[in-house]
Ligand binder design. Structure first.
Ligand SMILES: N[C@@H](CCC(=O)N[C@@H](CS)C(=O)NCC(=O)O)C(=O)O
Length: 206
């Protein structure tokens, strides 16, 4: 398998899952700040111009964080990345969808790509402020979901890899305070050897 990633981007969550699985895979960095995602070499692989992009051993390409995480979990049952029961799996997918579709796409994208949401440069500060609001509300929701638990659905799962990348963004990129349960979850995640390896491989020191 080959993961196209950008250091510190949402692909970090998939990188963590590949390290949790522990089987050999390749890592290919993509310079998204320089626009490498729009070059024909990459759009031939993923026309959506996004990371994470996973090229599987049969050459087929899988995109979108929730789909990649789900597929990795289902194809590596020995790694216990999803609870075995339907209720646990549904709860993990519920959390991932909220983290990716709301906190990331609606919240964080407003903070880091305000121009995508405002036709006028003058409106960008308002867009960023709204992004911070959506993102902080999201953290509060996830904080509640973590009440009394070490991980989002109880045992570690793909949902934690998703929450982790947004916690990393909050703490390291947006200077947002993490609520108590998220702060404890973020510390717990950093203590996992797979997470430490993924961060080191992406050149990130916390
Ligand atoms: N919905 C996508 C989101 C992927 C995404 O937005 N990735 C960002 C990095 S965090 C990206 O590749 N951005 C490139 C760009 O915006 O040009 C997923 O779930 O994988």
């Amino acid at each position: 398998m080959k993961l196209y990633y950008a250091p510190g981007a949402c692909s970090l969550g998939i990188h963590v899952l590949l390290e949790e699985i522990g089987k050999p895979y390749e890592l290919t960095p993509l310079a998204i700040r320089e626009g490498a995602q729009f070059k024909p070499e990459f759009t031939a692989i993923n026309p959506k111009s996004k990371v994470p992009t996973l090229v599987r051993d049969d050459g087929s390409v899988l995109t979108e964080f929730p789909a990649i995480a789900f597929w990795l979990a289902r194809t590596h049952p020995e790694s216990h990345l999803l609870p075995p029961d339907a209720e646990g799996q549904a709860r993990a997918l519920e959390a991932i969808d909220y983290v990716v579709a709301t906190m990331h796409m609606q919240g964080f994208t407003r903070i880091f790509r305000p121009a995508n949401f405002s036709p006028e440069p003058a409106g960008e500060e308002k867009v960023k402020a709204r992004g911070r609001e959506i993102f902080s509300n999201g953290l509060a929701v996830m904080d509640k979901a973590l009440n009394g638990k070490d991980y989002v659905v109880g045992p570690f799962s793909i949902a934690d890899a998703a929450l982790f990348y947004t916690e990393f963004w909050a703490a390291a990129r947006a200077s947002l305070d993490l609520p108590a349960n998220c702060a404890a979850h973020y510390a717990r995640m950093q203590a996992r050897p797979a997470v430490a390896r993924a961060l080191a491989q992406e050149g990130i020191t916390l």
